[in-house]
Design a protein around this ligand. Structure first.
Ligand code: AMP
Ligand code: MG
Length: 410
């Protein structure tokens, strides 16, 4: 019986990639507005201080705090209203003792003011007089200059995946362009005599190609550029040609299907024929996805994913996704979002094998429950009908109904 060559736990298989490839990052300056999910190429320092002027956090009146000391409902402080600080305008009103000016949320304070009294704690007496019924401390209801960011402060490290709040933070400081690493290009070769493009009606024994599209979508989600190379039949030369052309254009090469050890499976041989060092791992201790291949050709990572669509997606998440981040200059990819949930059925496994099981989430008396969606790994709808995945660790023989599990959301 044909054997797998060098079966490794998935985490170790990724370490093989890490040890054999380096990030070949090329920085490019792009518009911050277009930089969501891109990876910073260098540390970003703040060019400015934020906020640049003291800002009120409330609608009310800016005051010298000491003028309000001792004020209460029973003994209000009477203050003279000498103007207001309009939004978006320079401050043109100064306070002497006992004076106040209207202030608005996010607007500036009058000159000489050091606090803001909420409008709820004042009473209008007439056009120029208010009563203040609560005292404020210096700095109360005020955001100070530099309270958010100081000038020249490091605001983002290199190798950081930009999130919506990071885009906003850069824009707040006028940083409208940002240095990011080029997105890694991922060539995808889908193999199999039985495959037809999704736009075609499959003939007898044929099926539509799913993996080109799930893998392309996953590449995009991980910040890479998918480069599908079309369908290759189960012929060595045709696959080799697609691979040679794919790897020439890309930073990473991904094969779908043909990754096992039967006589029909030729991905390993094709990878071996492309260059050195070739196949480094064949077989990972995981279900689904055992027949997976990790190789390196002239410093570029190459993966052979199993043809079963569920297996291909699971193995992509464990090996290809972190590799895309690695090549983007981000050695630790963002952790997927997880939720705790209570398992409603047993999941059988074996020690020495890591299982990945799709689950459907539901609420029962306010608590989240995870119901395993069992099904063979060629059933794409087991994933369509689920909300996330549960992992049975390598060293566990299974999980039991009632166990609290961590569900990785898609
Ligand atoms: P293989 O890895 O070639 O043994 O394929 C395993 C299973 O996955 C077979 O049932 C294939 O028909 C199926 N398969 C292979 N490639 C694809 C694909 N691109 N889309 C959907 N199913 C596929
Ligand atoms: Mg096949």
């Amino acid at each position: 019986m044909p054997e797998f060559f060098n079966v490794l736990p998935p985490a170790d298989a990724f370490e093989v990639v890490r040890a054999n490839v380096a990030a070949r990052t090329e920085p490019e300056l792009i518009a911050t507005a277009d930089a969501l999910n891109r990876v910073t190429a260098s540390e970003v320092l703040s060019p400015e201080v934020l906020p640049a002027f003291p800002r009120s956090t409330m609608d009310g009146y800016s005051v010298r705090a000491r003028d309000t000391f001792g004020a209460s409902e029973g003994m209000p402080a009477y203050m003279e209203v000498v103007g207001k600080v309009a939004m978006g305008r320079a401050v043109d009103v100064n306070l002497a003792t006992g004076q106040t000016a209207e202030a608005y949320t996010g607007g500036g304070l009058a000159g000489g003011a050091d606090a803001v009294v909420m409008v709820e704690h004042t009473q209008v007496v007439n056009d120029t007089t208010i009563e203040v019924v609560r005292s404020v401390a210096p700095g109360e209801n005020v955001v100070q200059v530099g309270e958010d960011v100081r000038e020249s402060e490091p605001i983002l490290p290199a190798g950081h995946v930009l999130r919506p709040q990071d885009i906003g933070g850069l824009m707040a400081l006028g940083v409208t362009e940002v240095n990011v690493n080029r997105r890694p290009r991922v060539a995808i070769v889908s193999t199999g005599d039985e495959l037809v493009p999704p736009s075609e009606k499959p003939g007898a024994g044929s099926i539509r190609d799913i993996n080109t599209f799930t893998i392309s979508s996953l590449v995009t989600q991980a910040g890479g550029v998918p480069m599908p190379q079309g369908l290759a039949p189960d012929e060595f030369e045709a696959q080799r040609e697609a691979a040679v052309s794919g790897i020439a254009q890309a930073d990473i090469l991904v094969f779908s299907a043909g990754s096992s050890v039967s006589s029909r499976d030729m991905t390993a041989d094709v990878i071996g024929s492309l260059g050195e060092p070739g196949v480094l791992v064949h077989g990972i201790s995981i279900r689904p996805g055992k027949p997976s291949i990790v190789g390196v050709i002239d410093g570029k990572p190459v993966f052979g994913l199993p043809g079963n669509p569920v297996s291909a997606m699971v193995v992509f998440g464990l090996l290809v996704r972190p590799t895309i981040y690695l090549l983007s200059g981000c050695p630790e990819p963002p952790e997927p979002a997880t939720v705790p949930a209570r398992l409603v059925r047993d999941i059988a496994s074996q020690t020495g094998r890591e299982d990945h099981v799709p689950v459907k989430l539901s609420r029962q008396d306010g608590a989240l429950q995870a119901d395993p969606v069992f099904g063979k790994s060629n059933l794409i709808y087991t994933l369509v009908r689920s909300d996330g995945m549960v992992t049975v660790p390598l060293d566990a023989g299974g999980l039991y109904a009632g166990d609290e599990v961590s569900v990785r959301l898609y």
